[in-house]
Design a protein around this ligand. Structure first.
Ligand code: G3H
Length: 222
């Protein structure tokens, strides 16, 4: 069986971030190696290269733009993200929404560049729509629970179940992640038992005094 994925989005939490980001990456490497669970990190863009060079963990971009090489300014070129060593990318995160056409172009660019694509969605209908674009993962996150400290696994397991069913009905090859408020091994176990292939999370690890202890708890029941 393929290991579940625990994907930690570092967002742009800044306080002490330079040091903290590397502390989290080192903890992800240690806990991942010991548990056999794949723990990935999505740092800010400038940390993709150092992280992919220094840690044996999959590194993800937080976003790519639907552009091809040429005259664009202030954009994130998928080719550069790949060249920096990224293993994959988030697309359409709740804090970085895209148009449907741009999501499609980003998924296609990811496929062409062999970047793993994780398309974020907000409900079961958008999960089904995203699955039709054939990304590697759809990540269902109810926006109202993001950063709330209230876990989607406990507060709204129905949205996970409906999204898993909706995605399977469209394309059973697309794996499902869930996120928002995920903070413990119990949250991860509920999500996996409902048919997901793992979780997408941020604050419980990024804001923790001891990120390694939180990561150990997250992988403890799977
Ligand atoms: O990308 C991560 C999600 O937005 C979840 O964030 P959170 O774990 O802080 O709720």
């Amino acid at each position: 069986m393929v290991s579940p994925l625990i994907l930690v989005n570092l967002k742009t939490y800044h306080e002490g971030m330079g040091q903290n980001a590397h502390r989290i990456a080192a903890a992800a490497e240690t806990v991942g190696r010991e548990s056999g669970v794949v723990i990935g990190i999505a740092p800010v863009f400038t940390e993709i290269r150092p992280m992919s060079q220094h840690y044996a963990i999959p590194v993800y971009a937080q976003h790519i733009d639907a552009i091809t090489p040429g005259a664009h300014t202030g954009h994130i070129l998928p080719e550069e993200v790949r060249a920096a060593g990224a293993h994959g990318t988030l697309i359409n995160h709740s804090e970085r929404r895209l148009t449907l056409a741009d999501i499609d172009a980003c998924v296609q660019a990811s496929r062409r560049l062999r970047l793993e694509s994780v398309v974020c969605t907000n409900n079961d209908s958008t999960s089904a729509a995203a699955a039709a674009l054939r990304p590697d993962y759809v990540a269902i996150e109810p926006p109202e629970l993001i950063g709330s400290g209230v876990s989607v696994s406990k507060a709204d397991p129905g949205i996970i179940e409906r999204s898993v069913n909706a995605v399977r009905a469209v394309n059973p090859d697309v794996r499902v992640l869930t996120g928002a408020g995920i903070q413990s091994g119990e949250c991860v176990k509920i999500a996996v038992d409902l048919g997901t292939s793992g979780v997408l999370l941020a604050s419980s690890v990024v804001k923790a005094d001891d990120p390694e202890a939180v990561l150990r708890d997250l992988v403890s029941l799977i």
